[in-house]
Design a binder for this molecule. Structure first.
Ligand code: ADP
Ligand code: MG
Ligand code: ZN
Length: 635
């Protein structure tokens, strides 16, 4: 389903007309070449050479062609061997006469005027080229419009045809099956149920039930929605129409709607079957919400047609529409209404187990070293999507290859993960010793505070090797939690402020290095106050709008007075976290200094180093139990 790249429907007609372009172009080029032949064999000379020749008396004839060039004949040759491009006609004539007179040439040559048409070139330019041009334009235009047409017929009539690709038993898609989709067990079950609806409709309609018409796959990018749909095509054994939302969109009004109509007509003929519309947000965006440019009529009529079609086909007609999007929030509410895409399957970012399985899938074809543990890697990649993990595996293979290894080792994977998180290491970025010290203390500040706070994320690794845009980085191991308490958020904020606090405690001055920390902490505090209702002043109110209906960029849902309170509370929260970070670091200044020193020496430190300095985290044992509980829960 990589959009129609290799359209498996052989379409001899289209190919034929395309080759005509090459034929015509070749003919034109040959014609040009041969018409230019006699000019090419002539040698162009300048006035000095003409005069030399006249003096020697070898010139037998000068022919002025079209008052532009003088063909100069030598001896009794039939063809002019030289030609001279004339500047001013009169001066040339004068010169010729004068030179011959002065040198007393016996039989002076006179200039004869001829009109000569270069038939080949002229004919070509005035008659053939315009036609060729028009024909080529026409062919290109037709090709553009008729691309991927489903039916035969003339190409211009294909513009309103759907561009969907059809996979059925004669035409098997790229072999993706459920085996290639790791995790997503619930989604697979739901999808298989839908396939079952199609294959055994009686089982469900026997009791008067209705088979759903539309299923929407929703989830962040890279979580495997398209992959899942592809695998359905491979598993379902029913015809499968695949199209992307943007394929409906064309610059001509009415084309989208007509393509939708055509798609559903084709599907009904093949029923039972599945229609898959990828990235449906391209057409399914909420209608008429943008007051500035007055909306997009073409897109809206396409969407209207889709809605009509989904209402139109009978409930048990054996067509199910599968759609995927990562922007469910901007979809038109009418799409999700009962009777259309009333089923939604959520495809979430993978959890620990899911990541392990995804690693497994993508490691199938890799040559791995003995030290590679999927579990370990899954733990190192919280928040990664399936696509990120696929990328890590590939990147690791490339890194190992670059080093000339025979197998891919653990370190290659770690480097790949680091690279994907933060961009390439820039070992040669110039950093002065002073700067290095500041960075080391900043990162040590994060590490120390997070180590000493019960609810902050435990640290995995800290480095001061600059990579990408950042000068240093700390890796944490976030627990995967579904709800977060106020305390946990607060501790995270303290740890985030730990970098700047360390600079203040140690150097008595702060730097711009904390920009992204401040951004993060400000957003966090703002969300706590205005979204999660975690602030006492504001109370249990949330100004979050999950429907996306209101445009808060223009109007705020609260009064000016509340706005002031929010500002005040956000500031208070961040300030409090900063003070706390300052307190912690002043109380553990020794540890902080040791840690920073270690960082300066080794550039990279791990949780072992922190443990050596601060001792074990007292609450970690309890937490480990907790974590394993949680994992079991997830699995
Ligand atoms: P999207 O959800 O944005 O449509 P894709 O389905 O295109 O994401 O996923 C992109 C790539 O990421 C896939 O081709 C696959 O290599 C990898 N991937 C994503 N999710 C999974 C998964 N659950 N199992 C295996 N590979 C996955
Ligand atoms: Mg996709
Ligand atoms: Zn920082």
């Amino acid at each position: 389903m990589e959009e129609n790249k290799n359209n498996p429907r052989p379409n001899g007609k289209r190919r034929f007309s395309f080759y005509w372009i090459y034929v015509i172009l070749t003919v034109v080029l040959f014609a040009l070449y041969f018409s230019g032949q006699n000019e090419i064999s002539q040698e162009e000379i300048d006035l000095g050479q003409v005069i030399e020749m006249l003096k020697s008396g070898e010139v037998s004839k000068i022919e002025l062609v079209n008052k532009e060039t003088a063909d100069i004949y030598v001896g009794d040759e039939k063809e002019a061997r030289y030609s001279y491009r004339i500047g001013s006609l009169e001066r040339f004539e004068e010169t010729v006469e004068k030179v011959q007179e002065e040198n007393g040439i016996e039989h002076p040559v006179y200039i004869t005027n001829v009109q000569r048409k270069n038939w080949g070139l002229d004919f070509l330019l005035t008659w053939i080229l315009p036609f060729v041009f028009i024909i080529v334009l026409w062919i290109v235009f037709m090709r553009g419009m008729g691309r991927g047409g489903m039916g035969g017929g003339g190409q211009i009539f294909n513009i309103g045809k759907s561009k969907a690709q059809l996979f059925d038993k004669d035409n098997v898609p790229v072999n993706v099956t459920f085996k290639d989709v790791a995790g997503l067990e619930e989604a697979k079950v739901e999808i298989m149920e839908i396939v079952d609806f199609l294959k055994n409709p009686n089982k469900y309609t026997r009791l008067g039930g209705k088979i759903p018409k539309g299923v929407l796959l929703v989830g962040p990018p890279g979580t495997g929605k398209t992959l899942l749909a592809k695998s359905v095509a491979g598993e379902a054994n029913v015809p499968f129409f695949s199209i992307s939302g943007s394929d409906f969109v064309e610059m001509f009004v009415g084309v989208g709607a007509s393509r939708v109509r055509d798609l559903f007509n084709n599907a009904k003929q093949k029923s039972p079957c599945i229609i898959f519309i990828d990235e449906i947000d391209a057409i399914g965006r909420a209608r008429g919400k943008n007051p500035i440019n007055g909306g997009n009529d073409e897109r809206e009529s396409t969407l209207n047609q889709l809605l009509t079609e989904m209402d139109g086909f009978g409930t048990n007609s054996g067509v199910i529409v599968l759609a995927a999007t990562n922007r469910a929030d901007i979809l038109d509410k009418a799409l999700m209404r009962a009777g259309r895409f009333d089923r939604q399957i959520y495809v979430e970012l993978p959890d620990l187990n899911g990541r392990k399985e995804i690693f497994e899938v993508h490691m199938r074809n890799l040559k791995l070293g003995d030290d590679v543990s999927r579990e370990f890697l899954a733990k190192q990649t919280p928040g990664f999507s399936g696509a990120d993990i696929a990328n890590v595996c590939n990147e690791a293979a490339l890194m190992a290859a670059r080093k000339g290894k025979d197998v891919i080792g653990k370190q290659d994977f770690m480097d790949a993960i680091d690279r994907i998180i933060g961009g390439l290491e820039k070992k040669n970025k110039i950093i002065t010793a002073d700067e290095k010290k500041v960075i080391a203390f900043h990162e040590a500040g994060h590490a120390t505070t997070s180590w000493l706070l019960q609810y902050a994320h435990p640290l995995v690794k800290v480095t001061i090797v600059p990579r990408g845009k950042s000068l240093g980085a700390a890796w944490y191991l976030p627990e995967e939690r579904q709800i977060t308490t106020k305390e946990q958020l607060y501790h995270e904020m303290i740890a985030t402020m730990g970098g700047r606090a360390a600079e203040q405690v140690v150097f008595g001055q702060i730097s711009t290095g904390a920009l992204s920390d401040l951004e993060k902490v400000t957003k966090q505090a703002f969300a706590m106050v205005t979204y999660y209702g975690l602030d006492e002043e504001i109370g249990n109110l949330s100004y979050y709008d999950s429907t996306g209906q209101q445009d808060y960029a223009l109007t705020k849902p609260y009064s000016e007075k509340t706005a002031e309170t929010i500002d005040k509370e956000v500031k208070k929260l961040v300030e409090k976290a900063y003070q706390e970070a300052l307190d912690i670091l002043s109380n553990h200044r020794d540890g902080l200094t040791q840690l920073a020193q270690k960082l300066i020496d080794k550039e990279v430190i791990f949780s072992d180093d922190l443990e050596a300095i601060f001792g074990k985290r007292p609450w970690d044992t309890a937490k480990e139990e907790n974590e394993s509980n949680q994992e079991n829960h997830e699995g």
